[in-house]
Design a protein around this ligand. Sequence first.
Ligand SMILES: [Zn+2]
Length: 208
Amino acid sequence: MESGSGPGGRRFKSSLPDQCCQLTPPPGFPAAKGVDLADADSLPFNRAGPVIGYSQESNVRTAAAAYGDRGVNNGVHVGFKDLRGEGKKGKVDPFNSGKGKLIDVEVTIDSGLKGKSLEETVAHEGSHVGDDINFLTSYDFGTGKYDANTNFTGEQTELNGYKTGAGVSREHGFGPKDTQQILNYINSHYEPNYLNNDYFPNNSTFPQ
Ligand SMILES: [Zn+2]
């Protein structure tokens, strides 16, 4: 479940009808804005979207909303691929974005996932999408720079991702408030180089 595995993402197109999979929110729970998830050519994904979009956990709803509304071109693209060989359930690649380019955030979800595990992954990766979009939309056309305060380390975005995913499922053995357990898990599963450095390097592509 890494994100930002480097450049070279794929582009995906939407082909599902708009009426797919609308759910009525349970009473008392505000729906995420983007619950009719955009842009994914997959019925399971479009079922998982509303489920997490109506979660009781606000960060899960926020993660659902990060994918955007159907038909709105927000630069987030979702596709499916067998990721088992990579040992991942999902990944997010925002690195085709940058100064002078359109926002392009490529989400890939393992095509074999279903049920809670799919929902957990959609939530986790949606959290990364939110972090990425928050940085990418900080670009100031006046100064020609992104806001460094919206940048984050790999550890920070994974902490957000696992907290969000744990609000859907405890499949990794921790709950959304078990911060220390999540940090232990992250530090034993990811490279220090990824965890400790700024996710978006301060260079000519992402000047800050
Ligand atoms: Zn992740």
